[in-house]
Design a protein around this ligand. Sequence first.
Ligand SMILES: [Zn+2]
Length: 400
Amino acid sequence: METFDELYYREPYTREFDASVVSCEPADEGFAIELDQTAFYPTGGGQPGDRGTLSVGAGEDSLVAHVREAISGDGAGEVIHLTDIALPVGASVHGSLDWPWRRDNMEAHTGEHIVSGIVHALFGYNNVGFHMGERCIEVDFDGLLTDDDVLDVERRANAAIREDVSVEALLPSPAELAAMDYRSKKDHDGQIRVVRINGVDFCACCGTHVSSTGQVGLIKILRMTTKKKRTRLELLCGRRALETCEAAMAALRETSNFLTVGDEEVPEAVRRLSAEKDDLKHQLKQAGRKQIDQYVATLAPEDSLAVCCLPGLDVEDLRYLCEQVLERTDATVCAGISPVEDGGSRLAYVMASSDADLRPACKELNRRLDGRGGGKAQMVQGSWASSSDAALTAIRDVLG
Ligand SMILES: [Zn+2]
């Protein structure tokens, strides 16, 4: 439990501090160190714990312990620093926070208050889940939002940032608390800390925040998903939001330059390109069919079996070829094969018949030509790991 007298609460902008080692015990993957005071915020309330270093001494004999995470201990206000090396109990240490990491988390946590406060004020929904991940912040609300609602929330959130409203942490007495209308996720025991952003949010919270909304800089809501009357917003704040916008703008610029259109015209240009591609594919298919028709017109099978080997045909083309052969010639069985264009030595095949059951022959050919596939009695298809010559010989042997 917090006492709210910890250094990271009293002076949340403290990046460096001096303290002494109270205890140092072996822990998973390193050591658990406790200090007499610390600016390291321990993981809790949806906010990741601080990282940084604890140094003892200077020069060649100095020791530097890397803190991978600060977590809460069992006692009131107890913070455990999880480190890679041990430090001597009683030693004076100089603590140094990974400030970009903490600053990101302060911006993110404050941004979450702004968004949750606005959603609560506009729609009456409660924040029922909060997670600050490596990629983004996820906030869950107990109600449904539309895309327009989300855009409205984001615009209001950024307006609150431009207003640069102060962010205060209050420690009200029970009587003062009873008179306050604040958001709270759960019932707390003991002292309640309430974070007030005037006109934006009023919420019980034990995290660290920037001291005014302007320092959040920017809020971008990346994605909204809804599930069972709940809405999850994925958002970014501050530096992370700005870097994501920079990357998105760079991608847009690259695309618009490539397409030689303006940024706003990119979606329409991509749709047009996609339609052109579909049209070309269709034309190519038609041209291919015409070639197959011309090829079939030259065929004059001497017996009931027609065997055709043509390059560049897919299974769909091979089916068309077989259908045309059976329809337009005297052949009653047609085998169409085409090398698969993947640099290997596989053949795609389709075999069709106007009366016979081809499945036994297909099975035998698969066995001989190391292939796979099958189908209905009068139409089978698949592929063989074989050269064209070997396949032609095998087909004539089995079906001839
Ligand atoms: Zn907070």
